[in-house]
Design a protein. Structure first.
Ligand SMILES: Cc1ncc(C[n+]2csc(CCOP(=O)(O)OP(=O)(O)O)c2C)c(N)n1
Ligand SMILES: [Mg+2]
Length: 473
């Protein structure tokens, strides 16, 4: 017999006990299968040893720590038991918690697709000046992506990754942070660096790996980093930035800084062990770290359905004891408010916060990828046109009378010109001498590196035809 009760869970629970009905289901309960053993067959003593029972009164009387007690909202708790991790209510029902909650965690949003604000939204107001700057930076990021992508296609740079579809996460999160907050990026967050004042010339120098690149041309394009802007250099191995963020956050805490660490990760990155180590470390150390997960549906060609079976990432934050929120990553106002609140909580309460920003990777994973091989072209088109975060924010800014089509064309053509100049200058600029390849990692160069340096020098001298004219180590 399966009867659905939508209202009183206590009523259901007491009916179960009194009528010995093992299959009364609460609406939304995932345990649809018949229990192996009916509740009437089980005695509470199966679970409570006499030794534990004798401590019951003491434990509940001595410490009442409601925050530490996770009462199930469905079951009658018989009494509390004290375990090393705190008091736990106990139940005579053998019931596994469901694999996921009955309802998916909702997604916080403020702006509708038509650029109007959802009535009664709860968000931080954004001034005209801030809104215009946010929009300008989103548009600049679009132009930058376009020019560098084309430069790669023309063979002028070796590699590039766009942020197309994720402009709102990039810019709105950056706008909500303080410049002292230390950012540990994955790689699809150049907009944060743009917001902080990294110039288009600096972006171009890195992509061309010339002598003005802060990494001295030793990294792939898009692996930006800037001490001046508190933006740690991107490293290719996915998720290494999370345990590093734990260390950065903890050091900010020890130094009593009014700042937090902010680290970005993709949905795919959450499958790495470092994601879990980072979250747990930060939760336990109570470090001021904001985790921003860009859940864009894909990790190269791996869809999220092949990546995890949980309700996305937001529930993983909670599993580690981290306050978490799911937000519409294509809604700049929602991202701004969520990140600003998260940052405030992290700094004032000295605790981590996790944000799962739902979005879609409109571009290919990188210039080494062709995403039409594993996803439908009309799916990409849908997100590009109907769910475009830049267009949505623009509608709001235009509706407020803060932006016009003249402003738009002026901004785009100036940015384009500036970028083309930056690309040309970066391309002409000399590279670092090859010997720089062997510097900076060690204070004193070890013998094996000296040998490799000598070996490379000999190779260049032996086969000069394989290297540009005048090239030497
Ligand atoms: C440890 C490690 N494994 C694999 C890779 C290869 N790799 C580079 S990006 C990527 C996908 C990451 O996807 P996601 O985290 O969702 O970020 P997105 O590209 O979607 O922004 C993979 C598997 C890597 N760089 N490092
Ligand atoms: Mg992804």
């Amino acid at each position: 017999m399966a009867v659905w009760f939508a209202r009183s869970r206590n009523l259901v629970s007491s009916l179960r006990h009194n009528l010995c009905l093992s299959t009364i289901l609460v609406k939304g309960d995932y345990s649809h299968h018949r229990p192996v053993v009916s509740t009437s067959q089980l005695s509470p003593t199966v679970f409570l040893s006499p030794y534990v029972s004798s401590l019951r009164h003491e434990s509940t009387a001595v410490v009442k720590q409601p925050d530490l007690v996770q009462h199930s909202d469905e079951e009658d708790v018989l009494q509390e038991l004290d375990f090393p991790g705190g008091n736990v209510g106990c139940t005579s029902e053998m019931k596994f918690i469901p694999a996921s909650s009955s309802r998916r965690i909702p997604c916080y949003r403020v702006l509708k697709e038509d650029g109007r604000i959802i009535p009664d939204s709860n968000y931080f107001p954004v001034s005209e000046q801030l809104a215009v700057r946010m929009y300008e930076q989103m548009a600049t990021l679009q132009v930058m992506d376009h020019i560098f992508y084309e430069a790669q296609r023309q063979g002028r740079i070796s590699f590039y990754m766009t942020s197309v579809g994720e402009e709102a996460i990039n810019i709105a999160s950056a706008a909500a942070l303080s410049p002292e907050d230390v950012v540990l990026p994955q790689y699809r967050e150049p907009g944060v660096l743009l917001w902080r004042g990294f110039t288009l010339e600096e972006f171009a120098n890195q992509c061309f790996g010339n002598k003005d690149d802060y990494g001295k041309g030793r990294q792939m394009p898009v692996h930006y980093g800037s001490n001046r802007h508190n933006y740690l250099t991107i490293s290719s191995p996915i998720a290494t930035q999370l345990p590093q963020a734990a260390g950065v956050g903890y050091s900010l805490k020890m130094e009593k800084k009014n700042a937090c660490a902010v680290t970005f990760i993709g949905d795919g990155g959450t499958s790495e062990g470092d994601f879990h180590a980072g979250l747990n470390f930060v939760a336990v150390m109570e470090a001021p770290v904001v985790f921003i997960c860009r859940n864009n549906g894909w990790a190269i060609s791996t869809h999220t359905s092949e990546q995890f079976r949980s309700d996305g990432i937001v529930v993983k934050g909670q599993a580690y004891g981290i306050r978490s929120i799911r937000v519409d990553g294509n809604d700049a106002l929602a991202v701004y408010s969520a990140v600003r609140s998260a940052r405030e909580m992290a700094v004032t309460e000295q605790r981590p916060v996790l944000i799962e920003a739902m979005t879609y990777r409109v571009g290919h994973h990188s210039t080494s990828d062709d995403s039409t091989k594993y996803r439908a072209a009309d799916e990409i088109q849908h997100w590009k046109m109907s769910r475009n975060p830049v267009n949505r924010f623009k509608k709001w800014v235009v509706n407020n009378g803060w932006w016009s089509e003249e402003d738009e064309s002026e901004l785009r053509s100036n940015t384009r010109k500036q970028l083309l100049q930056a690309v040309q200058a970066a391309e002409k600029c000399d590279k670092q001498p090859l010997k720089e390849l062997f510097n900076d990692v060690y204070d004193v160069k070890p013998k094996n590196l000296e040998e490799q340096e000598l070996g490379l020098k000999e190779l260049v001298e032996r086969q000069p035809q394989d290297y540009p004219p005048g090239f030497h180590v």
